[in-house]
Design a protein. Sequence first.
Length: 112
Amino acid sequence: MMNDTEKTIFNAIENFQIKHGYSPSLTELEEETFYSRSTVRYCIRSLEEKGYLELDRQVRRNIHLRNMPELIRDVRENIYDNKRTISEDAIMDILTILHNEISNSNRKKNII
């Protein structure tokens, strides 16, 4: 599950990608979130480890957000295959991401 800092950085990445069509740099994330470079780096690594995004270390502006079906599938696999119970926080994270995805999709439709 994402903590508040990770949610802020994830949302900043998502909003930047929607607005510009490419990923933000670390400097742009620092300016947008008012977090230090080390905090931004730490959260990006943490989000990658948790499966919310992927990094392509071969190119600049290399942050790729995973799509929602992949995240949902991974959660389902953890619930059913590993017989684990999912926490309320994890469910709220997924619902927040889905809500943002739908809102952003609707905004894109209104722009076009």
